[in-house]
Design a protein around this ligand. Structure first.
Ligand code: HEM
Length: 558
């Protein structure tokens, strides 16, 4: 993988001239405290620090730093002291064991505060705890299952918008899909009325945070046309939410957050309980809309892309989902191990959130090193998911690693869904340790973060990804047109170019089901097969990372 490849020796060694001897272990929190050893500091340019390397290829930078200098290593951004943390035990201590010694800090607030305000994503301390407690019940399994119909219905519409042989921009279509699902889950039946306002705000937010545009690096208050449009449309969205809240209140709000029919109802109920005020209510509506749709869209894009590159595994998933009598329910997809493995492996290889941040409120010891208070800690699922110490052949999409054979050749998978593991029901296909979990630390896989602040939408997203993939695969077969992904570390792990796949209608019952709905406005077509958009995408676009999924076709076949 060119500049981003690292050798196994680099990774497993993990020692460094300045390492405290047991740095590769990372579990002994006392050593560093006694010795006060600072993490490795390979240095950067004066003033700029490592900004140039991050701007050129942040994903490659994280991978190289981790490989060359171990699980806790310093870097600098315009004088801000930062540490990349890729040691799974240190990550567990930050997110779980010692979570109360860390805050999200200034970094995410500076970038996202204007959009997400004091909603759940950015709130700290007691304010965060109250909100999270009030909203928890809206994400219990039975509540999330109620959104299953919308997840399937919008996938049906997407499939119906494509014809046999079309070349489709799967990222564009997945974005439309995930947005439609989230808008409906948030607003329920009110979504029809407010679709235009919500969609316009979403477009402006995407434009504002697209790091491919210079304007996204400039402050939102500068009087640029994109900024003015962004402020106006976001203002309109917030106003719409306020109006809807007033209507819901007038109609009598749900008795408790878990009893609401949609997420806005949850928020209104939480406000009635006093857990959030009206500004936080609106902040949270915006938070759900934007924390939840781009990430899910990326997860779906990468799942479909990876399956297109692994035709025989795609057939295995198809066999599983076409054995169902009708389009899947949430309970059905929890019983589909190959489908679950296909999604979980895509989230490993291409985690939609490539990294996120914490700030220690006091000096702490991580991986045996002493780290001061107030610095930026970068936790990177991207780098950890590609670490050869934990993953064989980490750059290859291999969903089989999530499957274990149980009696009679039946496969079960472990989706590492801690919420679901907590649930009292036992669901085959979604629980039980497979080899992907076996001999590696828990935080070698954390696409949804971890600990008390793990993604509240995790169950929603995993259900959505499985229902959408299953509904599409019952009707369609995907074939790669894009054969090389070029990725950019924007707020999320985004493709720099359209991800093109060719769709083929499935024969028989599935094809009839595909024709069953003529709704055609959501899909994004790139061209018909006979128009011949048969070429591949452009390669690495200069500043962008060139990430290949199983760059050698043979290695992608296990
Ligand atoms: C594949 C899809 C998704 C991925 C990969 C993802 C990933 C993440 C990650 C890594 C975090 C932790 C960030 C941190 O600790 O700093 C997080 C938090 C969060 N996510 Fe997601 N997410 C996804 C889907 C969703 C959905 C569908 C929703 C809403 C319905 C959502 C809402 C949130 C919220 C509100 C938080 C903040 C939780 C808190 O701080 O208590 N996410 N997500």
């Amino acid at each position: 993988m060119g500049e981003t490849t690292r050798s196994a020796g680099d990774v497993s060694d993990g020692t460094d001239a300045t390492s405290p001897g047991d740095a590769s272990d990372g579990t002994d929190a006392t050593d560093g405290a006694e010795t006060g050893v600072a993490p490795p500091d390979p240095g950067g340019l004066p003033v700029l620090g490592n900004v140039h390397e991050l701007a050129r290829d942040a994903l490659g930078f994280y991978e190289r730093r981790a490989a060359e200098h171990g699980g806790v290593v310093r870097y600098d951004v315009f004088g801000t002291e930062s540490y990349l943390v890729t040691d799974p035990d240190a990550i567990a201590s930050i997110l779980v064991e010692d979570h109360d010694r860390f805050v999200k800090g200034e970094m995410p607030r500076e970038r996202l505060g204007g959009l997400l305000g004091d909603g759940l994503f950015l709130a700290e301390g007691e304010a965060w705890r109250e909100q999270r407690t009030a909203m928890r019940s809206a994400f219990f399994r039975e509540r999330v299952a109620a959104y299953g119909d919308a997840m399937v219905e919008h996938a049906r519409r997407t499939a119906a918008s494509w014809d046999d042989g079309d070349v489709v921009d799967v990222h564009g279509a997945a974005t439309d899909y995930a947005f439609a699902v989230l808008a409906e889950s948030l607003l329920g039946s009110d979504v029809e009325r407010e679709r235009d306002t919500v969609r316009a705000a979403a477009e402006s937010v995407t434009e504002r945070f697209d790091t491919g545009r210079i304007a996204s690096f400039l402050p939102a208050w500068l009087p640029l046309p994109t900024n003015r449009r962004y402020r106006r449309r976001l203002g309109a969205l917030r106003e719409t939410v306020r109006d809807l809240v007033a209507e819901r209140r007038a109609a009598g709000p749900p008795a408790d957050p878990g009893a609401a029919d949609d997420l806005l109802g949850t928020l209104v109920a939480a406000a009635e309980l006093g857990a959030i005020d009206d500004d936080q209510l609106v902040d949270n509506a915006v938070t759900f809309l934007f924390a939840g749709h781009e990430t899910s869209a990326l997860g779906l894009t990468y799942t479909l892309y990876c399956l297109a590159r692994r035709p025989e595994f795609q057939e295995r998933v198809h066999a599983e989902v076409s054995a169902l009598d009708a389009d899947p329910t949430p309970a059905d997809v929890r019983e589909c191990p190959a489908l679950t493995a296909a999604v979980d492996e895509a989230l490993r290889l291409y985690p939609p959130v490539h990294s996120f941040f914490r700030e220690p409120t006091e000096p702490v010891t991580l991986g045996g090193y002493r780290v001061p208070a107030g610095v930026v800690l970068t936790l990177s699922p991207w780098a950890v998911h590609r670490d050869e110490r934990w993953w064989d052949d980490p750059e290859t999409y291999r969903p089989e690693r999530w499957l274990r054979e149980v009696g009679g050749g039946e496969a079960a998978s472990d989706g590492r869904d801690s919420d679901e593991a907590d649930a009292t029901e036992t669901v085959r296909g979604d629980e039980g340790a497979g080899p992907a979990v076996g001999d590696r630390p828990e935080y070698a896989y954390f696409p949804f973060g971890g600990g008390p602040r793990h993604c509240i939408g995790m169950r929603f997203a995993r259900q959505e990804l499985r229902l959408a993939t299953a509904t599409l695969l019952r009707r369609l077969r995907f074939e790669p047109v894009t054969t090389e992904l070029s990725l950019r570390a924007s707020a999320n792990t985004r493709p720099t170019h359209p991800v093109r796949l060719r769709v083929h209608a499935r024969e028989g019952r599935d094809a009839a089901a595909r024709r069953g709905d003529g709704w055609r406005s959501v899909g994004r077509k790139v061209g018909r097969a006979d128009h011949g958009d048969g070429g591949t995408d452009h390669g690495n676009g200069g500043a962008d990372r060139d990430a290949r999924n199983g760059a050698r076709p043979s290695s992608a076949r296990n």
